[in-house]
Design a protein around this ligand. Sequence first.
Ligand code: AMP
Ligand code: MG
Length: 491
Amino acid sequence: MVLSNRYLNLGERFYQRIAPAPVAKPALIIFNHDLAAQFKGSLSTLDDAILAEMFSGNQLHESCQPLAMAYAGHQFGQFNPQLGDGRAIYLGELTRQDGGVMDVQLKGSGRTRFSRNGDGRAALGPVLREYLVSEAMHKLHVPTTRALAAVTSGEPVMREQFIPGGVITRVASSFIRVGSFQYFAAQGDYHSVKRLADYVIERNYPELTQLDNPYLSLLESIVQRQARLIAQWMQLGFIHGVMNTDNMSIAGETIDYGPCAFMDGYRHNQVYSYIDQYGRYAYNQQPSIGLWNLTRLAESLLPLFDDDTDKAVALAKNVLDQYASHYEQAWLAGMRAKCGLSACADDAEDKALIESLLDLMADTRADFTLTFYYLSQLNTQTDDKDQALHTLFTRPATIDTWLKHWRERLRLETHSDSERQARMQSVNPIYIPRNHQIETVIRAAEDNNDFAPFHALHVVLQNPFHYQAGKDNYLLPPKPEEEVQQTFCGT
Ligand code: AMP
Ligand code: MG
């Protein structure tokens, strides 16, 4: 695994050079051969024992110059000037077959200068959760960090009790976060802010180099990508759980899967994360928190936009003002697709129709994923398949009234029923990583060293849009006794 490392050139203020702390007895849980095949080199031909040594951090390629990145961040609204990779280690850049580069990082690889009171390790549960959810997100066409490998460390980690430890290897377009810029801006070190911005532009936004104000255009591009990303989360019922500014990537990818979850029963302000006591990162808060975080990014970049502060503020404000319309557009387009509405129609009317469906779902806590999956099987002229949808609503009459409006709206559509159904089924997944399934996987792995449930769930999530015979237990929402009320960060 030959690695380059341009981040190293930024200088010592940006990182601590540090190697992963070896683990006792690494064993490979899973290696992502499909992802590995995208890179140059022959990763996929290595045997499991060698992969376990590599992706635990025990054995690094001679080209690797590992480091922990410095960053700051607003955690639940409170600024922390010094966060950084406390349990992650950046290994460098892998070159793809097509010439592009991706960043690789180990998580759970030991203490660094940024560990504060943490042990630098990851528990097995969160490693499995991140592997499953990030790979599922990829298959759901949501920009995300990818999982390349997961290993057990053979060492216990102390949380509420001793539990097995693990290491996950993640691949991303960038591990630079909003908080990376905040780190230097908070110190008034705008020389470093500029260096970091130049690095990001060169690496992730090279098309901006030639523009008049590349830094402002950088903000603009990040704003656009985040707005679209969050719209995609909303369309899948995904709740990130910890949208701190240090957990928002400048590449517009979903990053840092902690206490995240996909919703089962729909609720506008659903929260799963037990650390989010006040619902700051509730489902319906995500779009506005996105803007809040981007505003922190804009503040950090301000002096780069113009020497004149008033002018710089006006420029930044103008860009931030576009967030709402980027988000609205992406949300409406995606929700229309989910509902099979592709013909030109009145925006406000379609929006009202979609929102009234969400309100009905919220009334009875209808399952988010199944509602849209069942909807995508219905016919325009007949109601012979409506029965499945009825089962999700306590008062079927309410959804019948909605379906009547929906069918009226479908008269504007020019596609046949089967075409519309196929389109809807290509955006409405059948299988999402349901929380109770993930819990089952984690219990089996942590309690019995049994990884079969993990692999079985992972296989199902590889094909979220296609019905898989005999896998109905993965499609169903949790029974009341299976419902997971809270998710844990597991740090
Ligand atoms: P997170 O909420 O997981 O995004 O992490 C926030 C900060 O806490 C980051 O600086 C992490 O590196 C650090 N952190 C989380 N868990 C640990 C741990 N077990 N050991 C050291 N640092 C940690
Ligand atoms: Mg984080």
